[in-house]
Design a protein around this ligand. Sequence first.
Ligand code: IMP
Length: 192
Amino acid sequence: MKIILATHNDKKLEEIRFLFVDTDIEFTSLKELGLNEEIEENGKTFKENAYIKASYIHNLYKLPVISDDSGLEVHALNNEPGIYSARYANGNYDLAMDKIIKRLEGKDDRSADFNCSICFIDEEDNVYYFERKCYGEIGYEKAEGRAFGYDPIFYYQGKSFATLSLSEKNKISHRGLAFKDFYDFIIKKYKK
Ligand code: IMP
């Protein structure tokens, strides 16, 4: 069976293919379908944005589609940058992280979470959601390590996400947990 992953991000495609490697479920990306247009994410929540992307692609191809929307929520900053995480960084995560550290100066509450909302629409137009959060804290400085998004300033049980291996991160991260829930659901649903 074939599922479209509604993303232009090759890393996400790689991650999901890795998760489903022992199954006969095949994932294809928008790039592989030759669809280059950006889908406008104008929802007010992660869940709405995930649905907007999934339903747009589902209406075009009439195939099962999965999409995810994720971001960082800093509690003392009114959960910013939230759904605007990518736009807040505008391509420069170094500056965005400095800005967050600066805005937290003098505040006691440094708690934060990463959120991941997945929307899956099946071949019969049924819509399913899988949502997970990973709770941690914003550090006082950026950690050395893998520089993906906001990872260097997000600390989980005292360790920055940037210093975890990908498999360590996948076990506890918002996206890892939400994809695992999706995996369990799909395996059950399509089990012969
Ligand atoms: P999107 O889900 O691809 O739209 O990404 C939303 C934003 O959240 C991007 O700016 C990512 O860098 C950031 N983000 C989402 N998940 C993570 C993560 O696990 N680590 C670091 N940044 C993340």
